[in-house]
Design a protein around this ligand. Structure first.
Ligand code: NAP
Length: 328
């Protein structure tokens, strides 16, 4: 059995350790498809896994990396054959199943999708779980019947991965996008993605009143806590907010007022266990509707040996847009 390079998280009595080292293929977990990974990416959850700041890793040793793109090396799954270009995100990969920060991965074929037409492996990882979650959030707002003529949409955590992709998608769909950020120095970047207005996130980070002035018809929130509570309290009658993240905290100190007095809806978005039909639709739409130049403007690339030090950076809110991790 061969050895390959991988970032490996281990744990003993002294705590969690992470290192780039050789990994034995025979230690890969069960799966019917083996993939030669070419690209992965850094998501907020990967930052948690790399640093151990929250217990997202539930098996040791673990190769983090909640998503990857690559080429099938061998397969006994009927839908995939050697040479197929594939993408994986979610399903507990990088948490309970060995993940994408490695030259090889073995997974269930049911978790894979074919690389969407019109996208390279590198672009798919520029989108990554963050961008795909932004798409799921936009789709949740649409399913609720919300359209740009209903009023503005707010995107919180705007300079982050989910936020950046959400802005680009919503602006292209014709929405007036209000970008809430703690990095007002990134205003030009956010406007380049399609934001029409910039809101200092400090306006949303204190305790929320039960109802505030109605400022937007919809929201995509990757921040949680007081921010989400404020977004809800300022959502127009009949509007909705897609909640997908917790960058500021897992709590939600809100009241029932927005729901029972303004008919506001809170739409939960989970990317990890999202059913395949939703995934396929989201990736297809990302390939069709996400402007390649905008995607490039929000993406930086690092080699595998730099991902360990990038982990704390994303948790500190210092990463702008998306980071692709080049494996091959
Ligand atoms: N539901 C799902 O399946 C799913 C999937 C993907 C991601 N997520 C979650 O979505 C969130 C964002 O993920 P990501 O990969 O986009 O991370 P990210 O790139 O780090 O973006 C998060 C952004 O939130 C803002 N932020 C950070 N700390 C904050 C604080 N204390 N208060 C207010 N705003 C703060 C920052 O934006 P500004 O500097 O612009 O303010 C930061 O760039 C994470 O919580 C992640 O776990 C969930």
């Amino acid at each position: 059995m061969g050895m390959f390079k991988a970032v490996v998280v281990e744990k003993d009595e002294s705590g969690q350790k992470v290192a780039l080292r050789a990994f034995d293929e025979s230690e890969l977990m069960d799966g019917d498809v083996t993939v030669r990974v070419t690209h992965s990416t850094l998501n907020y959850k990967d930052g948690l896994a790399l640093t151990g700041k929250a217990p997202v890793v539930r098996r040791f040793p673990m190769i983090p990396g909640i998503d990857f793109a690559g080429t099938v090396e061998s397969s006994t799954h009927p839908d995939f054959k050697s040479g197929d270009a594939v993408v994986l995100n979610g399903w507990g990969v990088g948490e309970t199943h060995l993940g994408g920060y490695a030259e090889k991965a073995r997974v269930k074929g049911d978790w894979l999708i074919k690389l969407p037409e019109g996208m390279t492996a590198s672009q798919a990882m520029a989108v990554g779980t963050a961008g795909y979650t932004a798409m799921l959030s936009v789709m949740a707002l649409e399913r609720h019947g919300l359209t740009p003529d209903r009023g503005p949409v707010i995107v919180t955590g705007a300079s982050g991965g989910v936020g950046s992709v959400a802005i680009a998608l919503l602006a292209r769909a014709g929405w007036h996008v209000i970008a809430s950020t703690g990095r007002v120095q990134e205003s030009d970047y956010l406007k380049g993605l399609g934001a029409a207005e910039i809101l200092d996130r400090a306006e949303l980070s204190g305790p929320a009143r039960p109802l505030g002035k109605e400022r937007w018809a919809a929201g995509v929130d990757s921040v949680g806590s007081h921010t989400l509570a404020n977004v809800l309290s300022m959502t127009r009658y009949g509007g909705a907010v897609a909640a997908c993240g917790l960058a500021a905290g897992m709590d939600l100190p809100t009241s029932v007022a927005p729901f029972i007095l303004r008919g506001v809806s809170l739409l939960g978005v989970d990317s990890v266990m999202a059913p395949k039909s939703l995934r396929l639709e989201a990736w297809k739409r990302l390939a069709q509707h996400l402007d390649h130049a905008k995607l490039a403007s929000m993406t930086s690339t690092i080699p595998l040996d730099k991902v360990i030090e990038a982990g704390p950076e994303i948790l500190a809110g210092k990463v702008r847009g998306r980071i692709v991790v080049e494996i091959a």
